[in-house]
Write a protein that binds this ligand. Structure first.
Ligand code: AMP
Length: 504
């Protein structure tokens, strides 16, 4: 029987003894054992009555079991629904009710809190601990290893991932077997993955980056993982001499740069450093090259689309850009209002089309319709521009665009100028309501330790570098910028913190 995604994964297993995963506790798992383990979980889920198309919601601390449950869902044709471990009971209530999940799997400590919610929504509840405990662990441990995969076509759903959504309710992005399979294959090809690769996996597994990019690429290439419970700069540094690839968010790289031991010798065995999920500062890129001799490869993607673009493997990896569309993916820049394709070099809305792009938002046909053009392009919500060599740069989220006195200001342009000033670590530029201009530019800056930089020095540094209407009307200094678990600066929180600001 054909199961679109799992057949592809299976097809890479030429030697069942080959290593799939090494955990930080030293445990090793071969591909053959992975097949058996996912077969056990598939049998356990099927015995609970989970049928093809059922949603299986999972809120578990990172452990190999999350990967086994994800793959078991693929094998039984269920829809895997990972949930951020930070979500509260109130949020879980919404996700369980919105998705109509048939089963929720949580850590044993969370069971008491979730029991009432599960009961109210008529959802089964199972537990799974990191330490081989919990009701689902027990069921899987005693289930048979053989499982005949359920037939699933390319367009059947494999997963629903709720977007982090900074406005309104979070939306469930429906991802098909082929969305995941085609993207993993494109990335294996683009990033030259082979069975010899060893990937350090320190990302969360409830998000597309750690769950799909890191895991599916490894599986499709028959490579292996060093699976760490979370990012720890010292631990990752220690593993660099045994691995070949690191995938990370930009904060991985800034934290590793703070480690004195990070140098050419420590990274000599590594083949590739990949960054994504949030903008990598051009400065970090350059500093990394100087310290290690490796150019970080930056790529761009999102929950709804998997990965869209990547800097080249061979060829220039240009700091501050996210490269070109992946094989099979199209990207264009359009006028956000009219949808007209803009001339090369202009800034506008990034739209993408390809086998990577999701099937729509779960239970939200109107929202889905509003975010696709008639010719099938998805409106990403990100603003960007494409240079004469075809490299895409992201200038920010559309909703972060500042309109002051009727003029558009792209925060990134102002942030780059501020970041280039002596004594600045990083900055975030936001727009706040202004009585005359509609919005006024506000800069929130993190200074280097001991830097004496003040408002006047910033304004003096920006003088002549930016048109006057783009200059900050107010400047705040903070110890750090608010970030989510994927390292993204949360501008909505910043706007909220300063919402009572009065411009004078
Ligand atoms: P998520 O759905 O959580 O993966 O967030 C996707 C969003 O992250 C995109 O729409 C972009 O705004 C941002 N993003 C992802 N990769 C990059 C990148 N390399 N540079 C800048 N922003 C990025």
């Amino acid at each position: 029987m054909a199961n679109h995604l799992f057949d592809l994964i299976r097809s890479t297993i030429t030697d069942p003894n080959r290593l799939f995963m090494e955990s930080s506790d030293g445990a090793h798992m071969s591909y053959g054992a992975l097949m058996e383990e996912t077969g056990r979980y598939a049998n356990a889920l099927a015995a609970l009555g989970i049928k093809p198309g059922d949603r299986v919601a999972v809120q578990l601390e990172k452990s190999p079991a999350v990967i086994f449950i994800y793959l078991a869902c693929v094998r039984i044709g269920a829809v895997f629904l990972p949930l951020n471990t930070g979500y509260t009971l109130n949020e879980l209530d919404y996700f369980i009710s919105d998705s109509g999940a048939a089963l929720v799997i949580c850590d044993p400590q969370a069971e008491a809190g979730l029991a009432e919610i599960a009961k109210r929504h008529n959802t089964l509840l199972e537990t799974h601990g990191r330490d081989q405990s919990g009701s689902l662990y027990q069921k899987a441990a005693s289930a048979p290893a053989h499982f005949a995969d359920v037939m699933r076509g390319p367009h059947d759903l494999a997963a629903i991932l709720y977007t982090s959504g900074t406005t309104g309710r979070s939306k469930g992005a429906m991802l098909s077997h082929d969305n995941l399979a085609s993207n993993a294959l494109a990335l294996v090809q683009t990033w030259h993955f082979t069975p010899n690769d060893v990937l350090i996996h320190a990302l969360p597994v409830f998000h597309t980056h750690g769950l799909f990019v890191a895991t599916n690429v490894t599986l499709m290439a028959g490579s292996s993982l060093i699976f760490l419970p979370k990012f720890d700069a010292k631990l990752v540094l220690a593993y660099l001499n045994r691995a070949s690839v690191l995938m990370g968010v930009p904060t991985f790289y800034t934290r590793l740069l703070d480690e004195a031991g990070l140098d050419r010798e420590a990274t000599a065995k590594m083949r590739l450093f990949i960054s994504g999920s949030a903008p990598l500062l051009a400065d970090t890129h350059r500093e990394w090259s100087k310290r290690t001799g490796h150019a970080i490869l930056e790529r761009y993607g999102m929950t709804e689309t998997n990965m869209n673009t990547s800097n080249p493997y061979d060829g220039d990896r240009v700091p501050g850009t996210v490269g070109m569309p992946l094989p099979g993916v199209e990207a264009r820049i359009v006028d956000p209002e009219t949808g007209t394709v803009l001339p090369q070099g202009d800034i506008g809305m990034i739209e993408v089309k390809g086998p990577n792009v999701f099937k729509g938002y779960w239970n939200m046909p109107d929202k889905t319709k509003a975010e696709f053009r008639h010719d099938g392009f998805f409106i990403t919500g990100d603003l960007g521009q494409i240079d004469e060599r075809g490299y895409l740069s992201i200038v920010g989220r559309g909703k972060d665009l500042i309109i002051s006195g009727g003029l558009n200001i792209y925060p990134k342009e102002v942030e780059e100028e501020i970041d280039a000033l002596e004594g600045v670590v990083e900055s975030a530029v936001i727009g706040l309501p202004h009585p005359d201009f509609g919005e006024g530019v506000v800069a929130v800056i993190v200074r280097e330790k001991d830097a004496t930089l003040n408002d006047n020095a910033v304004m003096a540094g920006l003088d002549g570098r930016l048109a006057r209407f783009k200059l900050p009307k107010r400047i705040f200094f903070v110890d750090e910028l608010p970030r989510n678990t994927m390292g993204k600066v949360q501008k909505n929180l910043l706007r909220d913190s300063y919402k009572h600001l009065r411009f004078n």
